[in-house]
Design a protein around this ligand. Structure first.
Ligand SMILES: Nc1ncnc2c1ncn2[C@@H]1O[C@H](COP(=O)(O)OP(=O)(O)OP(=O)(O)O)[C@@H](O)[C@H]1O
Ligand SMILES: [Mg+2]
Length: 476
């Protein structure tokens, strides 16, 4: 039984860490960056080969590194871990892929290398590989190599993260705690039934990567991102035990907002549901937590629980980024590809939310007024797909007499995305939402109540919820 736990929300773009330092303590976000400035660390590793061997940097420092020359920046390794098996088809050896690439042909042309010489070079390398044998060149080989690399990067990243977290904990007031012994839990996307979460190949690879990163592992090690997020928001990270039984006290933990009315037994509102949608980088997560009291006050003190419907889909802000990249002129696409991760994040905010675009030099702006039609059309297609996915998720839910809508994740910071989701969710079976929680919401005169979520919950709820007593079955 984990009395205390660290929960890492291993986000594709940003990693967030929460700590529950005792069973009944509220979860708290840990400033897991070198500088301790904020509670998220970019999920990035950079390798600088200038001195012959790789010098690795992580988090904010890696996010400052520009890819190119002898610097390689890895910023997609969570996605690689969870990537589905590659589509069927011949898979090229990296040397063949390089020699057949458009970039290589362009480079050859630039240096006056004739196409016939390029063809000769291709057949030369093919013969050389046949001569010396190339175990890697099988179909699926490139994907397998990427996943092995993702495992190695994850191992290094978690080793670094652990050092940062332990350093940050030295600054916390509980001096008597031995933070080194506190186990690790991780939130992960849910691509199938919840019962099979830990068997997903991505979780198997993640567990392998963590085996020697130094962190003791909690049981369960994995909890799902959608459910953890919903729990973090609804409990606001509060944990509570019933004094007499030392068991989880659901009533105190979930005793916030409209849910109180339903739990107290209200004939007009026998059923409650929270619909939580998180738009992340790699996935969008849907969770519906519902409770049916039949209109009577129910004893929730010892864990009379919620029914949970939940799902992640492999569609997020990185898909929007990809369509915008592809639609921009070549020069701007190249500029985006050569950017440090920190600058790319600034480009996202200024292009998708502020609509000003991102300045890359005197008179040069990406995503500004010249690119507006392109960006708007990509955003609109992105919102349409999200709306369709929301509708498909809602179809499986029955009616509820009281509902709340909660929007989280970096994607919910984008006004167009938020508005599309609010509109799509309005089609949920049952009563209209009594309250909507989302970042950046403004109260409308005579409109329904709104809760403008701050960063702590809009971005940190998954880590906070994953550290909740809710996931410690021994306390039920
Ligand atoms: N105001 C904003 N405008 C535009 N984009 C934003 C804004 N705020 C955050 N983002 C972007 O939203 C994306 C999602 O952020 P988030 O932290 O939710 O992803 P994640 O948790 O790392 O991903 P996942 O959960 O899919 O693994 C990031 O690419 C981030 O840069
Ligand atoms: Mg996330």
């Amino acid at each position: 039984m984990a009395e205390r736990v660290f929960c890492v929300d291993f986000g594709t773009f940003y990693t967030k860490v929460a700590l529950r330092s005792a069973p009944q303590e509220a979860g708290a976000l840990v400033p897991c960056s070198d500088e301790g400035l904020d509670f998220w660390a970019p999920t990035v590793v950079s390798a600088d080969w200038t001195r012959g061997e790789a010098r690795l940097e992580f988090g904010h420092r890696a996010a400052d590194a520009k890819p190119g020359g002898k610097v390689v920046v890895y910023s997609n390794f969570k996605r690689e871990l969870f990537a589905p098996p590659p589509a069927q088809g011949p898979d090229l050896h990296p040397i063949d892929a390089l020699l057949r690439s458009e970039e290589f042909e362009a480079l050859a042309a630039k240096h006056g290398v004739l196409p016939a010489w390029v063809a000769g070079l291709r057949s030369l390398t093919t013969s050389a590989r046949t001569l010396f044998g190339t175990p890697d060149a099988s179909p699926g080989g490139a994907a397998a190599r990427r996943q092995e690399e993702a495992k190695r990067l994850t191992y290094h990243y978690f080793k670094w993260l652990r050092e940062c977290v332990l350093k940050a904990c030295e600054r916390l007031p509980h001096t008597a705690l031995n933070y080194k012994d506190i186990p690790l839990r991780i939130t992960v996307p849910l691509f199938g039934p919840i019962e099979t979460l830990a068997q997903h190949p991505g979780c198997v690879r993640l567990r392998d990567a963590l085996a020697s990163a130094g962190w003791p592992l909690a049981d369960p090690l994995f909890v799902s991102e959608p459910e953890a997020n919903a729990v973090g928001i609804l409990t606001k990270a509060v944990n509570a035990l019933t004094v007499r039984t030392k068991k989880i006290n659901f009533r105190e933990m979930f005793n916030r907002g409209p849910l109180i009315t339903v739990l107290a037994g209200d004939a007009h509102h026998p059923t409650y549901r929270a619909l939580v949608i998180d738009v992340g980088t790699f996935t969008s997560d849907f969770a519906a937590l519902g409770i049916d009291t039949c209109g009577k006050e129910i004893d929730t003190s010892n864990g009379a629980g919620f029914g949970v419907t939940q799902q992640s889909i492999a569609f997020g802000i990185s898909d929007l980024d990809a369509t915008v990249r592809a639609a921009l002129p070549e020069e701007k696409r190249a500029a985006l590809n050569g950017m440090a991760r920190k600058d790319f994040a600034a480009f996202q905010v200024s292009t998708y939310s502020a609509e000003t675009g991102y300045r890359i030099g005197p008179g040069k702006v990406i995503g500004g007024s010249a690119d507006r039609p392109v960006v708007e059309s990509c955003l609109s297609a992105f919102c349409t797909r999200l709306t369709d996915e929301t509708a498909a998720f809602l179809q499986q839910l029955g009616p509820a007499s009281m509902q709340e809508l909660i929007l989280t994740g970096g994607g919910s910071n984008i006004p167009a995305v938020r508005e599309a989701l609010i509109k799509a969710a309005a089609a949920t079976p049952g009563a209209a939402f009594v309250k909507t929680h989302a970042p950046g919401l403004k109260k409308v005169k005579a409109g329904p109540p709104v809760d403008p979520l701050d960063d702590k919950f809009a971005r940190g709820a998954t880590a906070l919820g994953g550290a909740s007593l809710y996931f410690e079955r021994e306390y039920f």
